[in-house]
Ligand binder design. Sequence first.
Ligand SMILES: C[C@H](N)C(=O)N[C@@H](Cc1c[nH]cn1)C(=O)O
Ligand SMILES: [Zn+2]
Ligand SMILES: [Zn+2]
Length: 476
Amino acid sequence: MSNNDFNTRLFKHLDDHQKDYIQRLSDAVSIPSVSAWPEHRHEVVRMVDWTKSLLEKLGVKVELSDVGKQKIADGKEIDLPNVILGTYGNDKAKKTVLIYGHLDVQPAQVSDGWDTEPFVLTEKNGKLFGRGSTDDKGPVLSWLNVIEAYQQLNEPFPVNVKFCLESMEEYGSEGLEDLLKSLKNTFLSDVDFVVISDSYWLGKEKPCLQYGLRGICYFFLDVECSTKDLHSGCFGGTIHEAMTDLIALMSTLVDDQGHILIDGVYDEVAPLLPEEEQLYKPITFDTKAYCSEAGVEKTIQKEKEQILMHRWRYPSLSLHGIQGAFDGVGCKTVIPRHVIGKFSIRIVPNMKIATLEKLVEKHIQNIMKERKSPNKVSVKLEHGGDYWVADPNNPQYIAARKATVAVHGIEPDLTREGGSIPITLTFQEQTGKNVLLLPIGASDDGAHSQNEKFDIINYMNGMKVMGAYFQEIAKL
Ligand SMILES: C[C@H](N)C(=O)N[C@@H](Cc1c[nH]cn1)C(=O)O
Ligand SMILES: [Zn+2]
Ligand SMILES: [Zn+2]
């Protein structure tokens, strides 16, 4: 049977089973596998076990890898969730594709401003709302649904598949790098290609393939002023407050143009070459839609090319929050004794995590020297993940382009991603093979945000592209 004939059967089969795929995603979303909430670790473990059962039902040989402990607040330690290593097929005549994805999600609560329960998948106007629907439970399940569809059609699977599914991605992929290094000569040794579906298109209509990611360095800035919280009427105006120092420090990190104010941060950033500049011109990107997806009036940069460069190839610094500060409703006249500011820096070629860590430390020390405060201040890199850039002319990208054309009828844009998948570079280094980012979600999916969603059409077409991709890989 030709590829085209099989595609027609596969696509129809997938369409006929849409309801089952939505139900499966609903089951996955109902498990609140938030990696950033230590008290929810049992839910993350439940998600790992649920996925293991599903993989085993599909005939995937599964091993759970213990990746050690995680240090949490106050010196306590908890188990990191096991990493799922799966093997499906072992035919030496076939190519082996390693699929990476993650089963953990960002925190979510109705009180954050969700219109629906975040852990109840809710269908509205062709969209499936729920935490993890697009990041990354929907894409991970898409791969599994495709394997199931081949089986139900009695079609031999065209490639061998290996799975690496972790559950700490949203917390910097703790434990995974060491595991992958230890698997270099075993589990990873026969991998031909690595593929990851854990990112988003640049718009709502046009598919893309991505060949770059920014890295991330996440910092905790700790300020302590007293042995207990204090009455601001009794002590305000007489002591050096922790919040005052912290707000002052945090306001020295980045200016209103998004420019990072830490000395030396831009020194290692790769210069923009004329060839690279040309790459941005043909990319389809609607700056108005970008603003409306973010719910903002305007962006800092005006031109499409500039916006994309600041998303993909320049670093950025974001302030995320303050632990220990009063954030409830109403008024509380307290001076908090201990606060921790959270900020992250997205890093790009050729920045080094170790250099950045030193620059941040020096910056904080310098600012504190200027202040006449006796408070205890420290800054710590909570987690760091490298940037990654690949060769988009690799045969794997050509295969994915053909698969995209078979489903969408258009060539995908070749783009980069502003977010981070901290382990990507490690896959490239430990396998020595090409890594492809194959996003299937739309730009307005709202990953990490309130009302995260996954469009049914993207779910369905994403599976079709994945199904066709396996056939194209088999031809290489
Ligand atoms: C792009 C990917 N789906 C994602 O959301 N990655 C996270 C990874 C991360 C690292 N530290 C915390 N989260 C991201 O880019 O924020
Ligand atoms: Zn995410
Ligand atoms: Zn993700």
